[in-house]
Ligand binder design. Structure first.
Ligand code: 5GP
Length: 192
């Protein structure tokens, strides 16, 4: 049984959509709400998609060791997983699922015993198309995200599982089967 599930991959790979589909199918998992200093997008709510913090507030919390992991991503925006989120979810008897960029995912893999990491992959042209279509960032930031995505795709081999998101329905099926298998402890218990 994994202690935490980490879903990672480049921006535009469709991690968010896949996770939304997954939690509808697997009720034992619950997604952590990260903290970030980036601007809120239209339709996003504080405490739902993210805890939106000022830079000062974020750094104070870093000083108080409130984060399991945190990174500075493109355009100087910070993102981090609050330890309190993991505790909240564990108290409810659920398995926390973290959606992280690759540096944070590798840190959690190195630091949390029993963490399982899943990399969502896609072709660079597809990532670029999705980011431009989504149009939630400026042209400059989209360029930064794509440059970073190319580097992140090269890290694929460092994660426990890789799911190619070229076809959403197939990718959802694969991810759901994988997570159900990981949570099914009876599957690994010896038969009597
Ligand atoms: P976005 O700005 O598109 O919501 O997120 C940008 C990137 O930050 C995504 O790749 C997302 O997975 C990642 N991210 C979101 N929350 C966290 C977090 O708490 N820690 C880390 N390391 N990455 C995060």
């Amino acid at each position: 049984m994994p202690t935490v599930l980490v879903v990672t991959g480049p921006s535009g790979a469709g991690k968010g959509t896949l996770i939304r589909e997954l939690v509808e199918r697997v009720p034992e998992i619950e997604v952590t709400v990260s903290a970030t200093t980036r601007e809120r997008r239209r339709g996003e709510e504080d405490g739902r998609e993210y805890w939106f913090l000022s830079d000062d507030d974020f750094l104070e919390r870093v000083g108080r060791d409130e984060f399991l992991e945190h990174v500075e991503y493109v355009s100087g925006h910070r993102y981090g997983t609050l330890r309190s989120e993991l505790e909240r979810i564990a108290r409810r008897g659920h398995v926390p699922l973290l959606e992280l960029e690759t540096a944070g995912a590798l840190r959690v893999k190195g630091e949390v015993p029993g963490a399982v990491t899943i990399f969502i992959s896609a072709r660079v042209e597809e990532l670029e198309r999705r980011l431009r279509e989504r149009a939630t960032e400026s042209t400059g930031e989209i360029g930064e995200r794509i440059a970073l995505a190319r580097k992140q795709l090269e890290q694929e081999g460092e994660f426990d599982y890789v799911i190619e998101n070229d076809d959403l329905e197939r990718a959802v099926g694969e991810l759901t089967a994988l997570v159900r298998g990981l949570l099914d402890t009876t599957a690994t218990m010896p038969r009597r």
